[in-house]
Design a protein around this ligand. Sequence first.
Ligand code: ZN
Length: 410
Amino acid sequence: MKQSQLFTKTQKNAPKDEMSLNARLLIRGGFVDKLMAGVYTILPLGWQVLKKIEQIIREEMNNIGGQEIFMPALQPKENWEKTGRWSTMDDLYKVKDKSDREFALGSTHEEIISPLMKKFINSYKDLPFAAYQFQNKFRMELRAKSGVLRGREFLMKDLYSFHLDQKDLDEYYEKAKIAYKNIFNRSGIGEKTFLTFASGGSFSKYSHEFQTLTSAGEDVIHICNKCNMAINKEIKDETPECPECKSTEFREEKAVEVGNIFKLGTKYSAPFDLTVTNEKGEKTPVVMGCYGVGLQRLMGTIVELNNDENGIIWPETVAPFKVHLISLGKNEEAEKIYNDLEKNNIEVLYDDREDTSAGAKFADADLIGIPYRVVVSEKSLAGGGVEMKKRNEKESEIIKIDQLFEEIKK
Ligand SMILES: [Zn+2]
């Protein structure tokens, strides 16, 4: 893409009311725009990043047998009354139409997927299976001050799994743990992300959170010094020892929850009478699990972990483009390299702006944070090629144009 055609512009300063680092950098780089606290428009560069994150998650969900669907955000009150959550869920947005009919704006989808599956499954032979979606969720956050980490409206992947019995759910749950680890490893935050015990529900003693260490985190976790599993604050209050290895030595860290997995048991299948006939011909309630990841929150966490004083440093796997090609002065060579990169399916943002100084172009490149910066100028051409610098490195080097493709494809 040519930068001269990108409608967004970078900004020297973030809005004064935006305190969080992730949103300040994302706004300045032109990735998101703040509509109001906790609600952000995703701009073209931000959309490229979210699509990369979405695709990583999609591949991992498909790997554990997930089938992709898309459920409505506007949901009937009756479904929420059936599970009791119409009156107990504090952060549920409720809307009324002209005829006084009430609806929920979905904050989660158990109330929709359970009656949906009742229409399709009736025998143990239909189990197990899992379905997932990417959907905008709505949550009434009264204090939305953590930038894109805590939204009132945000894109979320939620997967639901359906099983004949607890044992089958337990086995699937372990597979989901691995899929989640893969998601965070591939997004570049694996090293700082800890599997964390959280409280379960009536069907399981524990659920699990994936908590990423960052000073921007609103949660406190306690990491076991012996086995490296973590427990969240709630669990720490209930038990002095690590549920995994019984050690009592922990270190305390601030963290943000980037994902959670939960054994629901029959909590949502029972109210909707979601049952199957088992091998003995008896009716038995379906056992369920749910597995969530917020996409903007993951993007914001990646930014919190990968930046310097000049801007964002995107991990290659989620960067909006792989190469930021910068032409200084008008030269045909840059145009040719741009076309060659495009032909080779290497994603490139081409700074072809003629009215912008070298200094401003470099500052923009640092702020936007694309992994490879490639400068084409009279000076570089006289030196035999182009000047290449990785965003996370200080020194640039002149390399020959044919060498450029090999370097980038490494
Ligand atoms: Zn432990």
